[in-house]
Write a protein that binds this ligand. Structure first.
Ligand SMILES: [Zn+2]
Ligand SMILES: [Zn+2]
Length: 245
């Protein structure tokens, strides 16, 4: 059975008009997994699944464009849709958990069943196996790999080029690779289009989806840059688009 990813938001660092920050819905036939909860993605999530069918959440890191919907999502998941008492599995870094407490003023339970992880963790949510790799970014940031029945989707989260997508292993069908920058910028731990393409090429991924482009970026130019380094099909993430393994 296949694995798919639907883009809920893909703007890098902040969202432009009509956009949303990072968020992805990874789905097997029986599991719905929300990866990254950037501003604007919770509304978009509800276009694709009933909230009662949300099986788990993974947050890559503590930068606000990747998790700040969570304190708001509690309002719906705890008070709006009458969830059962069992919390929704929520997997995140220690810093993200700490910031959630500071912002929301309450613990994640009972809405969520929180689990703080680092890159060594292996997590199973429904029938999707999740693994991680620590990227090149100023805070602890976890790239995410989702596996189901021989299919794999990888997501770099945010990273500079001193990290390798290959660290998530081989056999990746679809890689969501950040491509924030127009040009390499010393001290800024993000990727350009050509670096994103090179990362995908070296990791041997089948399909590259560029994401986390900064608002105002030219998607066609970014795609063309990636194509100088990657031989396979390339897409630039768009909200509500679904990519299937
Ligand atoms: Zn970001
Ligand atoms: Zn970041």
């Amino acid at each position: 059975m296949t694995l798919s990813v639907t883009i809920l938001g893909c703007s890098g660092t902040y969202a432009g008009p009509g956009g949303a920050c990072s968020g992805y819905l990874v789905q097997s036939p029986s599991t719905n997994l929300w990866i990254d909860c950037g501003a604007g993605t919770f509304a978009n999530l509800q276009r694709h699944i009933d909230l009662a069918d949300l099986h788990g959440i993974v947050c890559s890191h503590s930068h606000p464009d990747h998790w700040l919907e969570l304190p708001v999502a509690v309002n719906a998941l705890r008070y709006g849709v009458g969830r059962p008492n069992a919390g929704i599995p929520l997997v995140w870094t220690a810093a993200t958990a700490e910031l959630f407490g500071a912002v929301s003023g309450r613990p994640p339970e009972p809405t969520f069943a929180s689990r703080v992880v680092d890159e060594t963790a292996r997590v199973t949510i429904g029938d999707i196996d999740v693994s991680f790799s620590r990227t090149d970014h100023p805070v602890e940031t976890l790239a995410v790999r989702a596996d189901h029945d021989g299919h794999a989707i990888a997501y770099t989260a945010d990273t500079g080029n001193d990290w390798s997508l290959s660290s998530l292993g081989s056999g990746i069908d679809i890689a969501l690779v950040e491509a924030t920058l127009d040009d390499p910028t010393p001290g800024i731990q993000h990727l350009t289009g050509s670096q994103a393409g090179s990362q995908a090429q070296q990791a041997g991924v089948a399909t590259l989806v560029l994401t986390h482009l900064a608002p105002g970026s030219d998607p066609e130019a970014r795609s063309a840059e990636a194509a100088t380094a990657f031989d396979g099909p390339i897409a630039v993430a768009e909200i509500d688009r679904t990519y299937t393994t």
